[in-house]
Design a protein around this ligand. Structure first.
Ligand SMILES: CC(C)(COP(=O)(O)OP(=O)(O)OC[C@H]1O[C@@H](n2cnc3c(N)ncnc32)[C@H](O)[C@@H]1OP(=O)(O)O)[C@@H](O)C(=O)NCCC(=O)NCCS
Length: 166
């Protein structure tokens, strides 16, 4: 498909992606836990794969919404980032990334982070935003996450209006 053709709809399942990494000593902070920036990089890479799979064009990150570090990640943990699309605009895509850490000795797994990133698809020729396929909501979970993404967009729009009125 060229960047200018009308795109067909795709489901979140078609672009869902997992990126994993075994943490190493050079990724630790002064407390001996994994440095937050390492996790953010993994999250952004995972979200970028999801967005590119949906758009099939280059993408850029335009926003990271609400990064929560719920629990520390320790040296030698095995970390997986799971990304799935939750909302698609005309040229933008919001991806939810959930990070899970596994202690390999015990198999104990815990969710350490959930965050939402927005990417914009770029036309290969002029580097400007280009239309992406609409999102086809297939499951109840797709619909629930889409509704909560719509509420987040509304909240951000309200905050922007309030900030510009200050
Ligand atoms: C992405 C970029 C090309 C958009 O340019 P722009 O002139 O703002 O384009 P538009 O106003 O047409 O917006 C394009 C889309 O981005 C969305 N968008 C732009 N800024 C946004 C922000 N801060 N948060 C959420 N969405 C945003 C718009 O809502 C629009 O979405 P829609 O088409 O689905 O309605 C430009 O902002 C850019 O180059 N940013 C830098 C990206 C970057 O370097 N990222 C880090 C490395 S990957």
């Amino acid at each position: 498909m060229s960047d200018t053709e009308a795109p067909q709809g795709k489901t979140p399942r078609e672009s869902a992606s997992t990126l994993s990494e075994s943490m190493m000593p050079d990724q630790l902070n002064h407390h001996g836990n994994v440095f937050g920036g390492e996790i953010l990089a993994l999250v952004d890479k995972c979200g970028g794969v999801v967005a590119r799979r949906h758009a099939r064009t280059p993408v850029v990150t335009v926003m990271v919404d609400r990064v929560e570090f719920r629990q520390p990640i320790y040296a030698s943990d095995y970390v997986e980032a799971h990304g799935r699309l939750v909302y698609v605009g005309r040229t933008s895509m919001e991806v939810m990334v959930t990070v899970e850490a596994e202690q390999l000795e015990t198999g104990n797994r815990r969710v350490t982070n959930v965050c939402y990133l927005t990417y914009v698809a770029l036309d290969r020729l002029n580097g400007r935003p280009c239309p992406v396929p609409p999102l086809l909501l297939e499951t109840d979970e797709d619909r629930r996450l889409h509704a909560s993404a719509a509420r987040r967009r509304e909240r951000r729009a309200t905050e922007e209006r309030e900030d510009s009125a200050d």
